[in-house]
Each structure stands twice: as C-alpha cells, then as structure tokens.
Design a protein around this ligand. Structure first.
Ligand code: XMP
Length: 507
C-alpha cells in the first residue's frame, strides 16, 4: 500500500524544515522538495501540499512559482508567507509590496469560520516576516484572518481546500501554530500513523538501494549524530561499512569503552585507534587555547588519514550532518563537504565519490529518537554535546596525562550527582580543570592542589547561554566527593557566568 504523505514545496524560506517537523509531530510522513515539476508531484501522490515561505517576490521576473496544475490535483494546499502569495498570484489574486512591513510578533484576529482555524483562539499572537502582501484574494476565496497592517493575513477556498496564511505557523512564537498544522493534517484526511520507526526502516531501504555493494567509510566521534548515522549505514550495508573511531585520549571517563561496546553489537568493521599518547606528545608545553585546538584538529585528521590510506578508495563517506548544521552553514550549500564534519574537517585526499548524510533532515531530538529505535544504548543516545577537542579545552593551560585523569574523575562524579538528583533540564554540564593551585588543609597536612570548576548551562541555540542554578545540596555533594576522591584537587568552584561574556567551554 502506498504511504500517505504531505509534500512540502520549498521556496527557500528560513523555517522550511520546521514545517516538515510540525507535520512529522502529527505522525504524518512528509518530504521536502525544491522546484518540482507537476509530473514529479503527481508521481509522489501527496495527500496534501504545503508551499513554504521564501525570500522572493511573486512579481519578480525570475520568481519560482508553483505550477498552476498543482491546484487541479484535488488535494488540499496550504500556502505559508511567500507560499500564500504565490497561491494568490497563480490563482488570479494580487500581491503588492506592503506599505508597512511586518516582522516579529503580531496580533492576528480570526475573522471568519475556517476549518484551518478550528478551535484556534479568535485573537492570538503570530510570527510575521514579510514585505509583500496579498491585496486581492483570488475568486472564490474568503478572508479568514487579519492584522492591523495586513487585512488578508489568511484566506481560503474551503470548497477546494486551499488555505493561505501570511504568518508563519511553524515557528514557536505563533501561539496557535501547532493547532493550525494539526487542523491541516485533518483536512488532508491522512491517518496519523507515521513514526520514527518508519523513518528508520525507510532510510535503511533507501541507503541499500543507493549504495548497493559500495564501500562506505565513517569517522566516528562517539557523539550522537555520527553514531546514529553509522548504525543506520551498518543496517543498510553491513560489513561494507568501516567506522574509524579515533580515541584522542581526551574523552570523558569510560567514553571510549562505551562507544566500542555499543558498536560491537552491530555488523560493521570497527577500527578504534588509540592515539592518546600521540596527542599528548603534540600538546606538550602548549598553553595557548587556539594552538591546542589546532593541534588536536590537525592530529585527528592525520590519524584518520593514515587509517583511510590502509582501507583504500571508498565510494561513500558518511557524515552525521543534522538539520541545524545545514541551517548554520547556509541553505543550498549542501555540497560543501568539509565544513560540518563532526570531527572538524577531513583530509583532502580521502578518496571517495560521494558524501551520504542520512540525518540531514532531522533535528537533534529526532536523531536521539532514531538512535533509540536502532538500539543504541541510552549513554550514547542522550549524550550532551561534547566538543571535538574534548577535554583538551577543559584543561586550562598545558594538557598532561595527570590532568586528563583529574578532570575525567571530577567530571564523572559531577555527572553522577546530577543524574542521582534527577536533574534533566541542563543543556550542558561538565567539570573543567583550572590552572589555579591554592592552599588547603586535609587531615593535618597542608595541600597545594588544583581547583576544579563546575559548569552547567541552559541554552537552546548554544550561541547564548545562562548559568544554571544547581540546587546547593547537589553542588555541595559533588564538591565534597571531588575533593575527597580525586587526589590532586583541593577546591571546587562553580562558574556563574553567562555567555556572553564567557563562553560555554573554558578555551
Ligand atoms: P562555546 O564554548 O563556544 O561552545 O560557547 C558552544 C558549544 O559548542 C561546543 N564546542 C565545540 N563543538 N567542536 C565541537 O564539535 C569544537 O571545537 C567545539 N568547541 C565548542 C561546546 O561544547 C558548546 O556546546
């Protein structure tokens, strides 16, 4: 039986993948495509079509417009922002530059009965971002919502199930956005039976078809994204996949063993390179943060290069690129090969034909869900972000084997205490080793040891962050255990700075 799907036609707007996400949240399968011909659209047999926002003007000579036949398929269509204007334009309405552009939060009023706005509050806040607007609705359309500066904030032809909204229901600032998507899904009449398990099954099938008997190489960092991508590939091509996991000796306590253990369960070639010594010797005497980062990044590539040379030419290279990475590096630049790599760049000469990025349409929490479906253990699936240079940038000053051990042990205790206290809302939390030594007293003796700094932040974008308030008893338990159990540490400090002016990591 053909799977029901909603097609998102992408006109280049910033929030387009969020639209797909809102549809998926309703357990409906959804695909995002750019500039499809009407033949292709027919082949996909969508149960509904969403036309996205985009930076163009419908009256520009080179504007991308949906084919008029799309409106003759007999399926519901929802136009959003540019998509709404494109619908108006193609169906005979009129679009003009707005006298007042609207950006950001705006009050909207629902002004007529509408299935799209069923159970939606009459007055609510929506997110606007437009310079053009619809001034005349096409024939048979009625206006269903308005704002102060936009008399046609929404319009529809209910007989044909055509709906258009000038605002962005996909962004969280549109208070009733989720309801609007849910209503559109109802209008499309699809069963809400798509799950992450279906994504996993379909992706494995697609990868099998694409790769066949080709040779695939994956650089594993042990992070969630590259791990999930690797396991998806292993399910598709088995032993034709080789995963290279470079242990630079700067991972958290037990992390390397966890990764190795997790991957031993899958049918793939797993190569772990113990390169701790090698990294430490390169880092000897180096204190400047940027130099440390560069050395670690460069050495990673050298190790990976050496292993790849032994493996020989590969057909495909796997990357764990996820959707936020795609947005950050600019849409439409998906061919840029090295910029998103989880481990910070790839050697130029690794000989491969194509990159595969099976997660490029997913958000982080969806990747975690896919990882659980694939049977990856929770320690890997729920792992918080960890920088490529690892503990190398959580040890201020020179990195030595002794200091790595100190910070690993302190960090493990801190994480254990946070876990035991059931604290789940932190975006990132860790211990760092300051370069400060100070006087203490233990037993009857004087100590002159290092201070550990504990950090915990709240953030969703990691560009800005605030220091989290950890309950005092949790902090105090962690501090006590650290000074008692980690020899060489006699003081524990808590970092209360936000970002900016600090950063999340210490270097
Ligand atoms: P900062 O310290 O810049 O960190 O506030 C923001 C987020 O990025 C992570 N981070 C890195 N991730 N390679 C990575 O893959 C790196 O070199 C790197 N440096 C920082 C950091 O852990 C935080 O989540």
């Amino acid at each position: 039986m053909a799977r029901e799907m909603i097609l998102v036609l992408d006109f280049g707007g910033q929030y387009n993948q969020l639209i797909a996400r809102r549809v998926r949240e309703n357990n409906v399968y959804c695909e995002v495509h750019t500039a499809l011909s009407i033949e292709k659209i027919r082949e996909l047999k969508p149960s509904g079509i969403i036309l996205t926002g985009g930076p163009q003007s419908v009256y520009a000579s080179d504007s991308l417009l949906p084919p008029v036949e799309l409106f003759e398929l007999g399926v519901p269509v929802l136009g959003i922002c540019y998509g709404a204007q494109a619908m108006a334009h193609v169906l005979g309405g009129e679009v003009k530059p707005a006298t007042v552009s609207e950006y950001g939060r705006t009050e909207v009023e629902v002004v007529g009965a509408s299935k799209l706005f069923s159970s939606v509050e009459k007055n609510s806040v929506v997110w606007m971002s437009h310079t053009d607007r619809i001034v005349t609705a096409p024939e048979n359309f009625s206006v269903t919502a308005a704002t102060n500066n936009c008399p046609i904030a929404a319009m529809e032809d209910p007989d044909k199930n055509f709906y258009a909204v000038q605002f962005h229901p996909e962004v969280v600032h549109t208070v009733e956005g989720k309801k609007i998507f849910s209503n559109f899904v109802d209008i499309c009449g699809v069963a809400r039976d798509w799950k992450m398990s279906s994504f996993v099954v379909d992706t494995i099938k697609q990868l099998k078809n694409k790769i066949g008997g080709g040779k695939v190489l994956c650089a594993l960092s042990g992070g969630v994204d590259s791990s999930v991508a690797a396991v998806l590939l292993s399910k598709a091509v088995g032993k034709n996949l080789t995963c290279v996991f470079v242990d630079h000796g700067l991972l958290r306590k037990n992390e390397a063993a966890q990764v190795e253990e997790a991957f031993s369960k899958f049918d793939l070639n797993f190569i772990k390179v113990d390169a701790g010594e090698r990294f430490l010797s390169k880092l000897r005497g180096v204190v400047e943060p940027e130099r440390k980062r560069k050395i670690i990044g460069e050495e990673f590539i050298r190790v990976f290069e050496e292993v790849s040379k032994k493996i020989g030419a590969v057909d495909y290279l796997v990357q764990g690129t996820i959707y936020p990475d795609v947005i950050e590096s600019g849409l439409g630049k998906s061919a840029v090969i090295k910029s998103h790599h989880n481990v910070g760049g790839l050697p130029d000469f690794v000989d491969f034909k194509e990159i595969v990025e099976p997660l490029r349409l997913l958000f982080k929490d969806e990747v975690r869900e896919a990882g659980r479906e694939l049977g990856l253990p929770e320690e890997i699936v729920s792992r918080q972000p960890f920088p490529g240079p690892g503990l190398g940038i959580r040890i201020i000053g020179e990195v030595t084997a002794e200091k790595v051990k100190l910070v690993q042990d302190a960090d493990a205790i801190y994480r254990e205490e946070i876990d035991k206290a059931g604290i789940k809302h932190l975006a990132q939390y860790f211990a760092a080793l300051t370069n400060m030594r100070s006087v203490g007293v233990m037993g009857d003796g004087r100590t002159y040891d290092f201070a550990i700094a504990l950090r915990a932040v709240l953030t969703s974008d990691f560009m800005t962050a605030e220091a989290a308030q950890i309950p005092w008893d949790v902090l105090s338990r962690a501090a006590n255990r650290i000074v008692n159990e980690v020899k060489g540490v006699n003081r524990v400090l808590y970092d209360c700075t936000s970002k900016p002016p600090a950063t999340i990591e210490f270097e």
